[in-house]
Design a protein around this ligand. Sequence first.
Ligand SMILES: Cc1cc2nc3c(=O)[nH]c(=O)nc-3n(C[C@H](O)[C@H](O)[C@H](O)COP(=O)(O)OP(=O)(O)OC[C@H]3O[C@@H](n4cnc5c(N)ncnc54)[C@H](O)[C@@H]3O)c2cc1C
Length: 621
Amino acid sequence: MSGKDQDRKLGMGHEITRRDFLNGISIAVGTSLVGASPTWLEAFGVPKSPFAPEKDPDYYPPAQTGLRGAHDGSWEVAHDLRDGRDKDWAESLDDGESYDLVVVGAGISGLAAAYFYRKFAGTQSKILVLDNHDDFGGHAKRNEFQAGKRLLLGYGGSQSIEAPGNYSKEAIGLLRELVIDVRRFYKYYDQKLFDSLHLKEAVFFDKETFGADRLVPQQGLHYFGVDFTLENVSQIPIADAARKDLLRLQHASVDYMPDLTPEQKRSRLIKTSYKDFLLRYVKVHPDVVKVFQSSTHDIYAVGVDAVSAYDCAREGYPGFKGMSLPQSHEQNPEKDEPYIFHFPDGNASIARMLLRSLVPGALPGHTMEDIVTARADYARLDDASSPIRIRLNSTAVKARHMGDPANAKEVEVTYVRGDLCPEMSEKQKEALAYCVKIPLVYTNVQISNWKAFQKLGVSAIYAPGAYFSNVTLDFPVSMGDYHFPGSPAESCLLHVLRTPCAPGQNCKDQYRAGRWELVSTKFETFERNLRDQLGRMLSAGGFDPASDIQAITVNRWPHGYAYEYNALFEPLYQAASERPCVIGRQPFGRIKIANSDADGHAYTNTAIDQGYRAVREIVGA
Ligand SMILES: Cc1cc2nc3c(=O)[nH]c(=O)nc-3n(C[C@H](O)[C@H](O)[C@H](O)COP(=O)(O)OP(=O)(O)OC[C@H]3O[C@@H](n4cnc5c(N)ncnc54)[C@H](O)[C@@H]3O)c2cc1C
């Protein structure tokens, strides 16, 4: 079949809603806070004739289509600055605005910082929040779809409130003040739905990697790893010896390091990738590694070649039953709390509730239920009558103390950006630049029905060799006026994950390679791969990619998860003060640094905690 015929069969070019959301900037600091005395004055490089697309009544980013994200207009300034092409906007104009606090970044950390600052410094505090994107929330991004008259909501980034029992008192306190009661998700998240329909997880083996396309069910529903029955293993297109090894790996209780003490085992496993553990210690056939290769993508955004065996042991991967590893206080917190704390638009609801609290009239309602379907009024975000203003489509390019950083009363912030803070010490800049943000793609696909999933008995598919490593039915959450499409005949959303990387290299180089891939991949490539893969996975259940796909939103995050240190490739930092994120986040005069990067953990609670710490550095001092 020619390429054109194949495209026609897949439905390329069909009238659907297409969106490409790309977030990406090359600055080292995600959220910076600039605190000042009430007399503080800033100069901003805004043109005198105001550029204010947000005031247009049709301005509504969550439902926008086309090429988006570090959408045209959001990343060019940062890239220009990185590449030394800043002449055009080097001359800034003073707009005469004056604030008590300027926050760079309207992600959860920046919005939380504004919230905490107002709490400490008073409701009349004047705060400006700048963000380079056309929407607020940062990674906490809302995607809207329309199935006839029905609204379907998806999360373009930050997915769920993970293990809220582990949140700090500030982070959980903030959620409570925003009236988010996480216990209600036990009612809103239908934990029985997929079980009642006998849906399990399955693994899709693709012919390019495994020689044949095959969908093989697993034993049950697993968040992680692979778990096959004897009968299912026989369907996997791998060598016979590999099938036996896979079963041995799953079931045998063997100590693969009998000469080591539990502590020595732990140290060894921290420095051994899971891939090496399988090959060198369990001595499995190499095909077994292929089965596991991308199973870590969801959390680590790299494969098992770049994730330590110790981390895999903690996540419940097979092979450690007989190893008597030391009981650790670092047990996976998710084991104690179900993964159900999910708003239909993910943690975008947290960002939206912060906005509702900060900017009166921007979002109607009062409850965690009515926020779900409330429509934001973007024209209210940057209103001169409000003490707190959120200014989108604005890239901060320079923050400079007016005088000596130690004593300065004012900071001048220029928007448009790059070397955000030229006066900062090289050591601190280096520490900030140490982090390589992790690239990943969350794609939301609206399909006309999910009968194929029902027929095939699957709710989630892991695809170790394919372009997209995971395809899952949306989380079954209904709250307020929003109802999950609980019948397989209804239109619903699929969540589809790709984490581009370069197996075999160290994790930072893998992330850089993945980022390059993301920024240079066209929407059309994502769409073609998506249609092809969904068709091959689901056609046995009657799915037709040409007619069943109704809309696609590709949320590309070249600068996605905060960088988390990987002991396989770098030192084990013994003291917190040695960690580059701690060195990098030190207060610099009136400039304070928040963001989840400042903690080295890609979580909502760390974004809030870092916002809180940065504000304490301003008001506590
Ligand atoms: C795909 C994905 C899924 C995730 N899932 C989860 C999850 O399920 N649970 C969880 O707890 N966490 C999750 N996270 C982690 C998530 O990053 C954090 O939860 C949190 O949202 C980070 O918030 P932040 O404000 O620190 O950073 P961001 O969300 O990155 O916000 C920072 C904002 O500042 C802007 N900015 C930076 N520099 C400038 C500048 N100079 N000028 C103007 N604007 C600027 C950025 O473009 C961005 O909009 C996920 C992250 C990603 C990428």
